[in-house]
Design a protein around this ligand. Structure first.
Ligand code: CA
Length: 503
């Protein structure tokens, strides 16, 4: 008895399905046009048997009693369709998933048995590489929510109000987690035996709470040799923002020297909120600094558009050189590197409200930022040299001041925005470049602090498509990536880190 079934998508070649003792399934796939054909061959001649093939996007949909689940395909005995169409598959998972797991129910004269659950992976066949490449490209544009989970990264290890996660870029199996009150915790042996220890404690320098505290961390590109890292914190004395450099302790790169501070930049804050906080080194080796508009609501001082102020900007400085009595230099291609209007030469981009987390795509080099909105719109911006991101003339793609008829001239609008129907405060994330989750590669993953939702954004030339990955209960304060570019998210209230993982 042979059952031939064509599955439209996501099947591997060659296939070997180990099943319950009653039936052994071996598969053969062949490519014809855009379809893959699967041939299932029972090991024994079993004329009295029928076979029901279940396919589901989620393993647990098949785990206990697959016949009770809804997201399955049933193809029994002689009635097994010789071809499954896209319409058949559409019924598997209404959230847009594709079949990823298979299970076979064997019924021989009323005696039933279930095979193991088989996970399918993709391996191109030599005869159909071109078609398979098309398929893979299509798959990469899709997300498979059912196979993606958030797994607690370090069970038993918690952090106090974590707000940043950084990998030191030195090929070590370590992550640094910033605690808002002023400590940085080290996790070493990330993959083998995660161990927490204190890396830095500068709580005595810092006022924290609300949107203040130790807010950002970035490691010098040559950290492995010079031991330098940079922080963004709110100063105890007057609530000003400080950008400072520290270095590791002599002979121990698992701990920093709290006395090694070199203050690069101090920015007075008119209000307690909107301090920004992100720091990152770009592929150009310069340090990028995110500063909010100074706070209150609606940017009453108009800082976002005022290029004589640091507030409401993304700055860019060269920390490897000094000039003009400063502990850094101005990159010569900063947009206002030399100007006669009193504009700050440190400015790289302006018109931001409160950029909370930005990151460089490690492949494209593009700088992605989440900019927290006022009352209506959270936005994602691609930050470019000299661009004006609109605040407070605009909130996202809507006029803010004036509330209508504003001029969009020379303003760069968001790549994507979402309303306060679905979130309340964006937390920018990362373009995923890891290997464990092929479905996420090239997508920008970001979340919302208020609602706990997490999305994946796919950017094309003229648009951005967004898929919701999770509607979590987490207060998402930051994302981070490790040495393998695998993705983590911090839960601010719980104090836990979660890793994006395959089920
Ligand atoms: Ca904007």
């Amino acid at each position: 008895m042979r059952i031939s079934t064509t599955l439209l998508i996501l099947l591997f070649f060659p296939l070997a399905l180990s099943a319950a003792p009653e039936v052994s399934l071996r598969g053969n796939f062949s490519l014809a046009g855009s379809k893959l054909t699967l041939t299932i061959t029972p090991a024994e001649s079993a004329a009295d048997c029928s076979y029901t093939l279940y396919a589901a996007a989620r393993r647990n949909a098949l785990s206990s009693n697959p016949t009770a689940t809804t997201n399955i395909i049933t193809a029994a005995g002689a009635s097994v369709p010789t071809k499954l169409t896209a319409r058949d598959l559409k019924g598997i998972d209404r959230s847009g998933g594709v079949p990823f797991f298979l299970r076979v129910l064997t019924n021989c004269s009323g005696s039933q048995s279930l095979s193991n659950i088989q996970r399918l992976t993709i391996r191109p066949s030599s005869s159909g590489l071109r078609n398979m490449a098309t398929w893979l490209a299509a798959l990469r544009r899709r997300i498979i929510p059912g196979s993606l989970i958030l797994r607690e990264a370090f069970p038993g290890i918690t952090f106090s109000s974590p707000v940043d996660i950084q990998y030191p870029g030195d090929e070590s199996d370590r992550l640094l987690i910033v605690e808002q009150a002023g400590r940085i915790q080290l996790i070493k042996n990330l993959r083998t035996n995660p161990l927490k220890s204190e890396f830095l404690d500068i709580r005595s320098l810092i006022v924290d709470g609300g949107e203040r505290g130790l807010l950002g961390l970035a490691f010098h590109p040559d950290f492995a040799t010079n031991g330098y890292f940079f922080v963004n914190y709110t100063r105890e004395a007057d609530g000003a923002t400080v950008i400072a450099r520290f270095r590791v302790a002599n002979g121990n790169n698992d701990a920093a020297d709290p006395e090694s501070q070199l203050i690069l930049l101090t920015v007075q804050q008119p209000f307690e909120n909107h301090n920004g906080g992100a720091l990152a080194f770009g592929p150009d080796g310069y340090l990028y600094i995110g500063l909010g508009d100074g706070g209150s609501g609606g940017d009453p001082q108009g800082n976002g558009q005022d290029r004589t102020k640091f507030l409401g900007k993304i700055l860019r400085i060269d920390v490897d050189h000094t000039a003009d009595g400063k502990h850094y230099a101005i990159p010569s291609d900063n947009p206002f590197a030399s100007n006669a209007q009193g504009f700050k030469p440190e400015i790289f981009a302006f018109g931001l409200r409160n950029p909370w987390r930005f990151s460089f795509d490690s492949q494209s080099g593009l700088l992605w930022a989440g900019d927290v909105g006022q009352n209506e719109r959270e936005e994602i911006d691609l930050i470019s040299n000299g661009h004006n991101y609109g605040w407070n003339t605009m909130e996202g793609t809507a006029c803010y001041q004036p509330s209508s008829g504003c001029s969009r001239r020379n303003l760069t609008l968001p790549v994507h925005e979402y309303s306060h129907q679905v979130g309340g405060s964006i937390t920018g994330g990362y373009v995923y470049r890891g290997t464990e989750l092929p479905g996420l590669v090239g997508k920008y993953i970001y979340g919302d602090f208020v609602t706990g939702r997490i999305w994946a954004l796919t950017r094309t030339t003229h648009s951005a498509a967004v898929t919701q990955l999770f509607d979590s209960n987490l207060a998402i304060s930051t994302f981070g990536v490790d040495s393998e570019k695998e993705l983590y998210v911090a839960s601010y209230v719980e104090g836990k880190l979660y890793k994006f993982a395959a089920q």
